[in-house]
Write a protein that binds this ligand. Structure first.
Ligand SMILES: [Zn+2]
Length: 213
């Protein structure tokens, strides 16, 4: 069977050193590094779900509240992420506007949707192409950190553009919420065990093969 997993053959991989160990009653610790053996990351689904719900809750204030205020000669108003993108377009800075749109709106949103789909797939035991879904998971885990570009840019601007009454950049409430969204989704991706997708496929395959008998 193509979807046969190591676990179905009684083999567990150590999370710390990667050693494959045959699962027995006495074998609860890795024979090489001594760490506790787990077939899958413990409570992977629940942890990812909790982190994901928190990310969704913080995604709203991150987009609704002002992310920063840029004042020039005492004049300036707070901008939300979308407001900042619109003012960048009005200032003929389309490439930067696109960069902010991708890094601050699209990447976090697609990451949230992607992780939600992965959890739904595991929970409802969807019959999917596990290879494609594992690749999706890897992309989500890889691109997550790039949303930090925005926070990085704000932190540089706040420290660089601090000329008192002439020009000043002040970070807004949304920047804290936005940083929290990025960090929480990174943890959510880290706590998700992509092997759960394969387990579901395997169980389904077994159910189907039993039915056909
Ligand atoms: Zn080990």
């Amino acid at each position: 069977m193509a979807n046969k997993t190591a676990l179905s053959q009684g083999i567990i991989r150590c999370h710390d050193c990667g050693k494959l160990t045959l699962k027995t009653q006495e074998n609860t610790a890795c024979t090489r590094c001594g760490k506790q053996l787990h077939a899958r990351l413990p409570q992977s689904f629940q942890r990812t779900l909790a982190l994901l719900i928190s990310s969704y809750a913080l995604y709203l204030p991150a987009n609704l509240f002002p992310i920063m205020t840029f004042t020039r000669f005492g004049i300036g108003e707070p901008h939300t992420i979308i407001g900042g993108i619109i003012s960048l377009i009005h200032s003929d800075m389309l490439p930067i506007a696109l960069l902010v749109l991708v890094a601050s709106i699209l990447v976090p949103l697609l990451k949230l949707i992607g992780l939600s789909l992965l959890l739904l797939c595991v929970h409802y035991r969807w019959q999917v192409n596990a290879t494609h879904w594992t690749k999706t998971y890897r992309i989500i885990a890889l691109v997550g950190r790039w949303s930090m570009l925005d926070i990085f840019m704000i932190s540089i601007l706040v420290s660089l553009v601090n000329l008192g009454g002439v020009a000043q950049v002040i970070a807004g409430t949304a920047s804290t919420a936005f940083a929290a969204v990025v960090i929480l989704t990174m943890f959510a991706a880290k706590s998700f065990d992509p092997r759960l997708i394969w387990d579901v496929q395997d169980e389904n395959a077994q159910v189907f093969s039993n039915k056909s008998l």
